[in-house]
Design a protein around this ligand. Structure first.
Ligand SMILES: Cc1cc2nc3c(=O)[nH]c(=O)nc-3n(C[C@H](O)[C@H](O)[C@H](O)COP(=O)(O)OP(=O)(O)OC[C@H]3O[C@@H](n4cnc5c(N)ncnc54)[C@H](O)[C@@H]3O)c2cc1C
Length: 416
């Protein structure tokens, strides 16, 4: 497993999901923020001269790690959309609980579904991430069992997070869980479930959100600099939510609040700090989830997403029968409210996802030109996407990745 981890790290392919740490023996692999501000696996020094996992576990890891493999084929049908994946239903909607809708990142649908699963006894806990109590700028994986904790976990955190670290607890448990994570986190869980019946039984629901990429913690530090705030003065930090999109807000020890718009924090700072794996991600759209949510932005005069402050609204893609049943029951019980949405309309709301999906092949080619290994992607129909975007944009994406060469961090497994 160390060898595979080194392959991932040498080619800067890690997404930081944390699945490897849950598979390795005891605490042989620990997820930590590295020098460049991304969460990465570190080796416990006690395992320097011994294996961190047996042969079977290593094989499973090789098949499930999203930095090595992503294979959507077992989860798609003949209705598969080459850009938006398997979509049983597309909807737009929101949580009917006013507090959850307000604190949620968009329409609070993910938190509403989490609360619903707990209330109806469908699960015993919700695996998700939230800001650490120890350091409000860092994220930790938690198992939520109460409304308070679901609300505390709501909202997007544009910084490294490793929810799949929690799989370690799941493997030892007889409880049932809902897992919430980014598409890469969810891909890791779904692929691991294919090799682990217990994990499949213990996690009956998987929910994700569309993801443009994980910024380094250095991005958050730069936002604080722009706000004129010292890191050690911060007692709480929200990237958005508390409205839609809501403000990026640092709460200070003296009670003062410093804010910045979402457009300024995400659009001008955080999105410039994305890790390499995100640049070549074919699945920013959460194809391995039962349900995936995204911002249901309204278009502005030019048809681009408008970030004008409104009541939260989510785009909801139902991807599996399990997801369909969960969502329908939640809606019938009045927990969420939604209306049908035309899949072809997603482009106007999510232009970035369209652009990245259709330019993955030239980016992968650029990685190969840089003599870097790339993950094996199967079943995503990336060629069809590339034909839609045409030669000029493909060339731009290819050269864009070559120019990024200096930001690609090739490293090896370090000891913690
Ligand atoms: C890094 C990142 C990139 C995103 N990119 C896009 C995009 O391109 N397009 C788009 O429409 N939406 C994007 N979003 C998602 C969007 O902001 C909303 O999360 C989504 O619309 C769901 O909203 P909600 O109100 O239903 O979620 P909420 O009810 O607020 O629930 C959000 C859930 O996500 C979990 N979560 C938050 N941050 C992370 C994280 N870093 N890692 C793992 N889990 C996390 C929380 O624990 C919570 O369970 C992104 C979010 C993140 C964190």
């Amino acid at each position: 497993m160390k060898e595979l981890l080194n392959r991932v790290l040498k080619n800067d392919l890690c997404s930081g999901c944390g699945m490897c740490s849950s598979l390795a023996d005891d605490d042989a692999i620990r997820m930590r923020i590295g020098a460049d501000g991304y969460r990465r696996p570190f080796l416990n020094a006690e395992y320097r001269d011994k294996p961190v996992a047996d042969k079977a576990t290593t094989e499973t890891f090789g098949k499930s790690c999203p930095a090595l493999n992503l294979d959507i084929r077992p989860y798609k049908t003949e209705h598969y959309h080459p850009i938006w994946g398997e979509v049983l239903e597309a909807r737009k909607g929101y949580s009917t609980d006013a507090e959850i809708r307000r604190v949620g990142s968009s329409g609070g649908v993910i938190s509403a579904l989490a609360q619903y699963c707990l209330d109806r006894g469908l699960v015993d806990g919700v695996i998700q991430i939230q800001a650490s109590d120890r350091d409000p700028l860092e994220n930790v994986a938690v198992i939520s069992r109460s409304r308070n904790n679901i609300i505390a976990s709501s909202g997007s955190r544009y910084a490294p997070a490793s929810p799949a670290e929690a799989l370690k607890w799941v493997a030892m448990s007889t409880e049932k869980y809902l897992f919430i994570g980014k598409p890469c986190d969810v891909g890791a869980v779904r692929q691991l479930q294919a090799h682990n019946p217990r994990l499949k039984a213990n996690i009956p629901y998987i929910v994700s959100f569309m993801c443009a990429g994980t910024p380094s913690l250095a991005g958050t530090h730069q936002v604080l600099e722009k706000l004129g705030v010292a890191r050690d003065e911060v007692t709480a930090f929200r990237y958005r939510g508390d409205g839609w999109p809501g403000l990026t807000k640092a709460t200070l020890k003296n009670g003062e609040e410093k804010t910045m718009t979402y457009n300024d924090s995400w659009g001008k700072v955080l999105n410039r700090h994305l890790q390499t794996r995100c640049k070549i991600c074919p699945d920013g759209i959460g194809e391995f989830a039962d349900i995936v949510c995204a911002d249901g932005w309204e278009g502005d005069d030019k048809g681009y997403p408008s970030f004008e402050e409104r009541e939260g609204n989510s785009l909801i893609l139902i991807r599996s029968e399990v997801g369909r049943e969960l969502f329908r029951n939640a809606e019938a019980d009045g927990v969420v409210k939604s209306e049908s949405f035309d899949t072809e309309g997603i482009f106007a709301i999510q232009p970035f996802q369209y652009y990245r999906r259709t330019t993955i092949l030239p980016r992968l080619l650029a990685m190969k030109v840089l003599l870097l290994k790339t993950p094996s992607y199967k079943g995503f129909e990336l060629g069809k996407g590339m034909r839609r975007i045409g030669l000029y944009q493909s060339f731009k994406a290819f050269t864009g990745l070559l120019v990024r060469r200096k930001k690609i961090k090739q490293r090896t497994l370090e000891t913690a």
